[in-house]
Design a protein around this ligand. Structure first.
Ligand SMILES: Nc1ncnc2c1ncn2[C@@H]1O[C@H](COP(=O)(O)OP(=O)(O)O)[C@@H](O)[C@H]1O
Ligand SMILES: [Mg+2]
Length: 243
């Protein structure tokens, strides 16, 4: 982990849905290369195809044209199970099952040792005593941390995060943003996060990618892209003209 170089390559990636001829492209001919161990934010108006793009990266959905390579191999060559362990996914609202924190964390890694469970709980900044609590008793911010700990338990090389702070208050949002930063810096995980907020993208730093109507419009340094977009759509989005 943490090696430099391309980890995910998107080549003419397209997903068409619906009955039209041609069917509507919700992800439209996107080519891009994500480097290992870096942080990327995908930003754009609602309905731009950000979640749809993210879901193609670990085959939660399939492309209708183009492909994704993970570490040089077409993602269709991996078993979905292996791919989703190595390219993990965190949903907007925590998807946990109705058991304890421990049960959720060990779900994909039944052999996880007690010390690793405790380390994960520490890493996501939950109190150690919480491990045997039913997740039902937790706040949404705590539940999202449990979901993050479960994702980290499989030691993914890439973490795909779809608006992970959308349901959180500002304090929990800030805490999750710090955690995301440390996952990249300390664990060398490549993080690709969909964000609803240009301010968040600036706080996170790293690279930013702007999508509008299924297309990758521009990309670059996060602060630069938000403060000084290089395209008419970028300027319209940052001015609040594209929602
Ligand atoms: N399975 C699907 N079938 C048809 N349309 C879809 C499907 N999934 C997403 N869409 C549409 O594709 C567009 C992009 O959706 P989405 O990726 O969720 O956007 P974003 O995450 O940027 O808000 C939207 O217009 C949405 O309604
Ligand atoms: Mg979305």
């Amino acid at each position: 982990m943490g090696a430099t170089g391309s980890i995910l390559q998107l080549c003419n990636l397209t997903r068409r849905v619906g009955e039209g001829t041609p069917a509507r492209a919700i992800v439209d001919d996107v080519s891009y290369s994500f480097d290992s161990g870096r942080l990327y934010s995908i930003i754009g108006p609602s309905g731009a195809g950000k979640s749809s793009l993210l879901r193609l990266l670990n085959r939660l959905d399939e492309s209708t044209n183009g492909y994704v390579k993970f570490e040089g191999s077409d993602t269709r060559e991996f078993s979905p199970c292996e791919l989703r362990q190595r390219v993990g996914y965190l949903f907007q609202t925590p998807h946990l099952f109705d058991r304890t924190v421990r049960d959720n964390i060990v779900y994909a890694q039944p052999d996880l040792s007690e010390s690793k469970i405790n380390r994960l709980i520490q890493q996501v900044q939950l109190p150690s005593g919480i491990v045997d609590a039913p997740v039902d008793n937790l706040s949404v911010g705590e539940r999202q941390r449990v979901a993050l700990a479960r994702l980290l338990a499989t030691q993914p090389e890439v973490a795909l995060l779809d608006e992970p702070t959308a349901a959180l208050d500002p304090a929990n949002t800030e805490a999750i943003e710090r955690l995301i930063g440390s996952v990249v810096k300390d664990c060398g995980v490549t993080v690709i996060i969909v964000s609803h907020s240009p301010q968040q993208v600036v706080r996170l730093g790293g690279e930013a990618i702007l999508m509008v109507e299924g297309k990758l419009i521009e990309h670059g340094d996060a602060l630069q892209l938000v403060k000084n977009p290089g395209t008419p759509q970028g300027r319209r989005y940052m001015n609040g003209e594209l929602q």
